[in-house]
Ligand binder design. Structure first.
Ligand SMILES: Nc1ncnc2c1ncn2[C@@H]1O[C@H](COP(=O)(O)OP(=O)(O)OP(=O)(O)O)[C@@H](O)[C@H]1O
Ligand SMILES: CC(C)(CO)[C@@H](O)C(=O)NCCC(=O)O
Ligand SMILES: [K+]
Length: 259
């Protein structure tokens, strides 16, 4: 009756502990080394949710949990697939139409989670390592989307590939647009262009699907939501923030009997 969902992203791992269809707790962790993975798996085989590698309380599970894996990082997923009670999800397992070969399972699951919780049609904006937009229509058919470097990656690459530009943290709030120092100029350039780009996609989506929910998720979704509220309140105030879209999508696959 207990099962675990593991979403392997490009920066870290995202976990959910489920009791049937109820998501009990969620947590994030870094990638784990082989020894740690062995230790975690041994814990599960003794019916224990511990050690987990993230900040989650030790917990006794009555029974050995199943593990559902969704990964966009092949090198990481093999470490978890050795667990005998694991199942790795592919896009063919999802009750969505028109998915293209090679579409990221995280994008498809986020769409499924968003549509299930907030209705169809739906547009998801996942601000992770990469920022992705993914939209589906009222028949749960994938319409299309886009991929760009995420916020953290934009700041990081700019600093890494230049001599004079410093590494800057992702700002929590809107920076001044017309900057008069280097750090603010970087903040302004990245934040205003990324936000304008997202707005343009959302507006175009709304022209096609006026009633669609817009759902924000991913490690930088709070920042992106704050920028949108400040720059484009018509979008920012209506967008829904949900950090667990991918896990909800995995729950929907479980409910449909495919886990
Ligand atoms: N504790 C944290 N550890 C790592 N990144 C974090 C943390 N908190 C916020 N972030 C931000 O989250 C971003 C990564 O987002 P997320 O965790 O959704 O990525 P991901 O799991 O690699 O997903 P994706 O594969 O979609 O890129 C980073 O750019 C970083 O700025
Ligand atoms: C775009 C990322 C990196 C976002 O995590 C992931 O969804 C992925 O590796 N996608 C495969 C390419 C695609 O979605 O078209
Ligand atoms: K790559």
């Amino acid at each position: 009756m207990w099962w675990l969902s593991l979403s392997i992203g490009n920066s870290r791992l995202h976990w959910g502990l489920w009791c049937e269809n109820s998501l009990e707790i969620t947590w994030n962790s870094g990638y784990l080394g082989d020894d740690r993975v062995t230790e975690v798996i041994r814990g599960w085989q003794e019916g224990k949710l511990w050690p987990s590698g993230g900040e989650v309380e030790p917990r006794d599970l009555d029974g050995i949990p199943e593990l559902a894996i969704a990964s966009v990082v092949p090198e990481q997923q093999g470490r978890w697939q050795v667990y005998p009670h694991s199942r790795t999800l592919g896009i063919a397992d999802l009750p969505l139409q028109n998915l293209y070969p090679g579409l990221g399972i995280d994008r498809a699951l986020a769409l499924l989670g968003a549509g299930t919780r907030y209705g169809w049609p739906v547009l998801t904006v996942d601000s992770g390592t990469a920022l992705t937009l993914s939209g589906a229509d009222g028949d749960r058919a994938f319409v299309g989307g886009a991929i760009l470097p995420g916020l953290g990656l934009q700041f990081c690459t700019l600093a890494r590939q230049t001599a004079a530009l410093p590494e800057i943290a992702v700002p929590k709030t809107l920076p001044p647009r017309w900057a008069t120092n280097t750090a603010d100029a970087i903040r302004s350039g990245i934040v205003y262009t990324l936000t304008a780009g997202v707005c343009e996609f959302v507006r175009d989506w709304r022209r096609q699907f006026p009633e669609s929910a817009i759902v924000l998720t991913g490690g930088n979704s709070e920042e992106v939501a704050a920028y949108l509220r400040a720059i484009a309140p018509d979008i920012g105030e209506r967008a829904i923030a949900d950090p667990d879209l991918i896990l909800w999508g995995m729950g929907e696959v479980y409910r449909s009997g495919k886990v």
